[in-house]
Design a protein around this ligand. Structure first.
Ligand SMILES: *Cc1c(COP(=O)(O)O)cnc(C)c1O
Length: 389
């Protein structure tokens, strides 16, 4: 492959021409069942007719206009997000890393605005992933992502995921916030215990820190709740979302309580593209469809089916898989053989999945899948297991 694209991705030699629902098609007509959804992005599958209509209608009216002016569709989307969450205020951007970055700035601003400018550090966790900007690689523990890019942004204290005592011990006079993924995605579909998240909430209340959830992957229905922390019944102060929000259109958002966002006044933060009418109209439609079409319920039911049936299936191949875990349609297959071999075998049988840390294969199907798609996936998984033994 000769290409002028900077080779930062280890892409495999496979390209798609079009998508329809949970399927992707190559130019030569091969069909794949897409249980990766562009890494949890195509939440309503590919080319959802209502999203096509919304995008095309909006494209004839207004694509971009600066935040120098009011953008009414931002107000619509912000209203939908706050009406269905802990949040009072929303900042719009274009990606997950930008949403996390906005939250990191917000938590520092909260503390300085509250008269404690010495509080700038954020406690984060081993195995986490928060994006690829300088601040977000600094926040996470992945050395490969940091190599050669130093010095890192100062102000992150990384502790073992799930270890309450280590978190408490890491709180100092300089701590501003705790940043955590309720279920680690890139780290290998590693769910935080409900008790752990509740403990973080108590700790934040005790020391007046902000609790910041990175729901870029878990948010917007993926786990069967609009936000996965709603399933744990633990309220954060700040949440970053992106991936599934635009159903394939790039858009991110940072949600916060009014108290946490008090310092985010005019001129403190911004984005040229953030909250543009195309992104806003599509994201509004995505939220409407998720809520009106019972997709959260579908996500829970298909998720249980998928996890149960994969678990049954691998019992016949005990040397391949160790466990199946996750929530809703965020499913992790913890492999015994190298996870990459499973991903390849699945793909050879027509099923697209995504590798993750901890030797895990991720299944992140669109929330619109039905029982037939689960049947089809299980046939492919079973055939792939057979071929591997
Ligand atoms: C994907 C992801 C990000 C980064 O999102 P980008 O849109 O790639 O910048 C941040 N946090 C989590 C939890 C993610 O899964």
């Amino acid at each position: 492959m000769i290409s002028d694209v900077m080779p930062t991705y280890a892409s495999i030699d496979l390209a798609f021409e079009r998508g329809e629902g949970p399927y992707l098609f190559t130019k030569d007509g091969r069909r794949f069942l897409d249980f990766g959804s562009g890494i949890a992005v195509n939440s309503l599958g590919h080319c959802h007719p209502a999203l096509i209509q919304t995008l095309s209608d909006q494209s004839e009216k207004l694509w971009h206009c600066s935040n120098l002016y009011r953008i009414p569709m931002q107000e619509n989307l912000a209203g939908k997000l706050t009406a269905n969450s802990f949040a009072d205020l929303v900042f719009f951007c274009n990606s997950g890393a930008e949403a996390v970055e906005a939250g990191l700035k917000l938590v520092r601003k909260y503390q300085s605005y509250s008269g404690r400018p010495e509080r700038f550090r954020v406690i984060t966790f081993g195995g986490s992933f928060h994006g690829r900007t300088l601040a977000t690689i600094s926040a996470a523990a992945n050395d490969a992502h940091k190599a050669g890019f130093g010095p890192m942004v100062n102000g992150f204290d990384i502790v073992p995921f799930g270890n309450s005592e280590k978190v408490r011990a890491a709180v100092t006079k300089e701590t501003a916030a705790i940043l955590v993924e309720p279920i680690q995605g890139e780290g290998g579909i590693r769910p935080a215990e409900r008790e752990f998240l509740a403990y973080l909430r108590e700790l934040c209340d005790e020391f007046d820190l902000l609790l910041f959830f990175d729901e870029v992957q878990t948010g917007i229905g993926r786990t069967g709740y609009l936000f996965s922390h709603q399933g744990a019944d633990v309220n954060p102060d700040v949440v970053a979302i992106a991936k599934g929000l635009g159903g394939g259109f790039p858009v991110g958002a940072c949600l916060a309580s009014a108290k946490a966002a008090a310092g985010m006044t005019a001129g403190t933060h911004g984005s040229t593209f953030g909250g543009n009418p195309l992104a806003m109209s599509v994201a509004c439609k995505v939220l409407d469809i998720i809520q009106e079409e019972g997709l959260l319920k579908n996500c829970v039911e298909r998720g249980v089916e998928l996890r149960t049936r994969i678990t049954q299936c691998y019992q016949n191949y005990p040397n391949l898989v160790e466990e199946v875990r996750g929530a809703g349609l965020m499913v992790g297959i913890k492999a015994i053989v190298p996870a990459g071999e499973l991903v390849t075998a699945f793909r050879n049988h027509g099923l697209l999945t995504v590798p993750a840390g901890d030797n895990v294969v991720r299944l992140l199907p669109p929330l619109i899948i039905d029982q037939n798609h689960v049947d089809e996936a299980l046939e492919m998984i079973s055939d792939a297991f057979k071929a591997l033994t």
